[in-house]
Design a protein around this ligand. Structure first.
Ligand SMILES: Nc1ncnc2c1ncn2[C@@H]1O[C@H](COP(=O)(O)OP(=O)(O)OP(=O)(O)O)[C@@H](O)[C@H]1O
Length: 270
C-alpha cells in the first residue's frame, strides 16, 4: 500500500478490524501474553513476529476462541469475541490456518474445501439425507465456490487428488482455500511459508496480496524475514509475551530493541 507507506504508522488512520485490549493469557505460572494491545486495520497485511515461545500462536488461539484470555478484550468488527466458541468466531468472519498443516488427509482437495463452505450452509443433516432441493442447490453452489477458491489459490489441477498426496506447498495452499471458504473478513495465517521453497514463497506473497485485494484483512505469523518485510503493511514484535515494537517494516528493521531480541545482532555491534 504505497499511499499509506509514506505516512508514519502512528499518524495513520484506519478502521480497526481487530483490536486486542489488555490481553493477558496465563497457563499456570507461564505468562504467554502480557497486557497486549494491538489494533489491526481493515485491509491491512499485518505481521506478528518474535522469537520462539514469544506468544504469537497464543494470540491466534485467543482471537479464534481456542482460549478465553485470562484478562482483556478482543474486539472484531466492533463486537467482543473473547470467550466466544470457535464456530461463533468463524461465523463472525475470522478464519485461520495452522503452523502444521491440518487437512483431512484421506479426503480429496475438493472435499477439504467443501468442509469450509459448510460453515455457512443452512441445510442440516436431515435435509441432506432427504435430498431436499435447497440442500442440492447448496451442494452445487458449494462445489462451484470450492472450484473457484482452488483456482484462486492456484491448485485447480489438484481438485480430485487426495490431500495427503499433494506436494507440501499445495497442501498449504489448500489449507488457505479451505479457510477462505468460510468467507472470512479476517484471515490468520500461522507460518504459511514454513517448508516452502523460494519459488513457492514468492507465489505465496502474491497470493497473500491477492487475498488482501479481495477486501480481506490478513494477520500473519512468519519467521521468513524477507517475506515479512516484502509483504507487510505493519509489523508488531512480541518477546516473552510483550509487544516490544510496532511499525512499518523499515522501522522494525532498524529498531535496536528488535535487533537485540530477535534479529540476533547485538545493539552495539558495528
Ligand atoms: N496450552 C498451553 N499450556 C501451557 N503453556 C502454553 C500453552 N500454549 C502456549 N504455552 C506457552 O506459552 C508461551 C508462548 O507460546 P506460543 O506457542 O504462543 O509461542 P510462539 O511465539 O507461537 O512460538 P513459536 O514461534 O515457537 O511457534 C510458551 O512458553 C509456551 O510454552
Amino acid at each position: 500500500m504505497s499511499e499509506t507507506a509514506a505516512v508514519p504508522a502512528e499518524k495513520r488512520v484506519g478502521t480497526p478490524a481487530l483490536e486486542l485490549r489488555g490481553i493477558t493469557m496465563r497457563f499456570g505460572g507461564v505468562v504467554a501474553i502480557n497486557d497486549l494491545n494491538l489494533t489491526i486495520n481493515e485491509g491491512e497485511i499485518f505481521a506478528l513476529i518474535g522469537p520462539n515461545g514469544a506468544g504469537k500462536t497464543t494470540v491466534f488461539n485467543v482471537v479464534t476462541g481456542v482460549y478465553r484470555p485470562t484478562e482483556g478484550q478482543v474486539l472484531f468488527a466492533g463486537g467482543r469475541i473473547d470467550g466466544k466458541k470457535r464456530y461463533q468466531v468463524t461465523k463472525r468472519g475470522v478464519a485461520r490456518t495452522f503452523q502444521n498443516v491440518r487437512l483431512f488427509h484421506n479426503m480429496s482437495a475438493m472435499e477439504n474445501v467443501l468442509v469450509g463452505t459448510d460453515a455457512h450452509h443452512r441445510a442440516g443433516l436431515a435435509s441432506a439425507a432427504l435430498g431436499l432441493p435447497w440442500h442440492r442447490r447448496e451442494e452445487r453452489e458449494g462445489r462451484e465456490k470450492a472450484r473457484e477458491l482452488m483456482e484462486f489459490v492456484g491448485i485447480s489441477h489438484r481438485m480430485e487428488e487426495t490431500a495427503k498426496n499433494l506436494p507440501y506447498g499445495d497442501q498449504r495452499r489448500l489449507e488457505i482455500a479451505r479457510a477462505l471458504a468460510t468467507d472470512p473478513k479476517l484471515l490468520l495465517l500461522d507460518e504459511p511459508a514454513a517448508g516452502m521453497n523460494p519459488t513457492e514463497k514468492e507465489q505465496l506473497q502474491g497470493l497473500i496480496r491477492k487475498i488482501r485485494d479481495t477486501g480481506r484483512t490478513v494477520l500473519l505469523i512468519e519467521h521468513d524475514m524477507s517475506l515479512i518485510m516484502g509483504i507487510s503493511d505493519r509489523i508488531a514484535v512480541l518477546d516473552f509475551g510483550q509487544k516490544i515494537a510496532e511499525g512499518l517494516p523499515a522501522e522494525i528493521q532498524s529498531n535496536q530493541r528488535v535487533i537485540e531480541a530477535y534479529l540476533g545482532v547485538p545493539a552495539d555491534a558495528s
